[in-house]
Design a protein around this ligand. Structure first.
Ligand code: HEC
Length: 159
C-alpha cells in the first residue's frame, strides 16, 4: 500500500515535471489576477476599454495622426510581447514610431504603479487571451522575463 502510494506520487511528480515550462504557462496566481484587475479598472480601462476591447477604430490613426488605444483581449496584439517588453511599455510608456506626434500616447506608469502592481496588471491581461496566445507569450518570455525575475523563479512565484 505504502509502495503503491509512493509510486503514484512519483508518477505524479514525473507528470508535473513533464508538463514543465516548455509546454505551457502555469495557471495564473488568483491573487495577482485580482490585484491586476483592480489596477486595470482604475488606470487602464478608460483608454483600453472595460473588457480590454480597445478604443473604437484602434487600428486607424486619429485626426492627430496618433494610433488609439489597442485592445488587450485576443483581438489585439498585446500577447505578442514578452513579459519584459510589456513591463517596459507599462512603466516607461509607449508611442507608435509612425505616430505624427512625439508624445507618449501610452502614458508611463512609473511612480504610479509599484513593480508588483505592474506585473499584476500584465498577469490580468493574460486572462483575456486565448490558450494558444498565452502559450506563445509564455515561450516569448522564457528569455525575456520580468526584470529582476528569473524565468524559473517567475514560474515558482506564480506570475
Ligand atoms: C491615456 C490613454 C491610455 C491609458 C490610461 C493606458 N493606455 Fe496603454 N496604450 C494607449 C495607447 C494610445 C497605446 C498605443 C500606443 C501606440 O502604439 O502608439 C497603448 C498601448 C499599450 C500597450 C502596448 C500594446 C501593444 O500591443 O503594443 C500596452 C501593453 C498597454 N498600453 C498597457 C496599458 C496598461 C496596463 C494600462 C494601465 C496601467 C494602460 N495601458 C493605460 C493608451 C493608454
Amino acid at each position: 500500500m505504502r509502495n503503491a502510494r509512493a509510486a503514484a506520487l512519483t508518477a505524479a511528480s514525473v507528470l508535473l515535471a513533464g508538463c514543465g515550462r516548455r509546454d505551457g504557462p502555469p495557471a495564473p496566481d488568483p491573487d495577482a489576477v485580482a490585484l491586476g484587475r483592480g489596477v486595470y479598472n482604475q488606470y487602464c480601462a478608460g483608454c483600453h476599454g472595460a473588457n480590454g476591447e480597445g478604443a473604437a477604430d484602434w487600428d486607424t490613426p486619429n485626426v492627430a495622426g496618433e494610433l488609439p488605444a489597442p485592445p488587450h483581449d485576443s483581438t489585439g496584439h498585446t500577447w505578442k510581447h514578452s513579459d519584459r517588453m510589456l513591463y517596459h511599455i507599462v512603466l516607461q510608456g509607449w508611442r507608435d514610431p509612425f505616430n505624427k506626434t512625439e508624445r507618449l500616447t501610452m502614458p508611463a506608469f512609473q511612480g504610479v504603479l509599484s513593480p508588483l502592481e505592474a506585473r499584476a496588471v500584465i498577469t490580468y491581461l493574460k486572462t483575456l487571451w486565448s490558450a494558444e496566445q498565452r502559450r506563445f507569450q509564455f515561450q516569448e518570455s522564457q528569455d525575456e522575463p520580468f526584470p529582476g525575475v528569473a524565468a524559473d523563479a517567475g514560474a515558482a512565484l506564480k506570475r
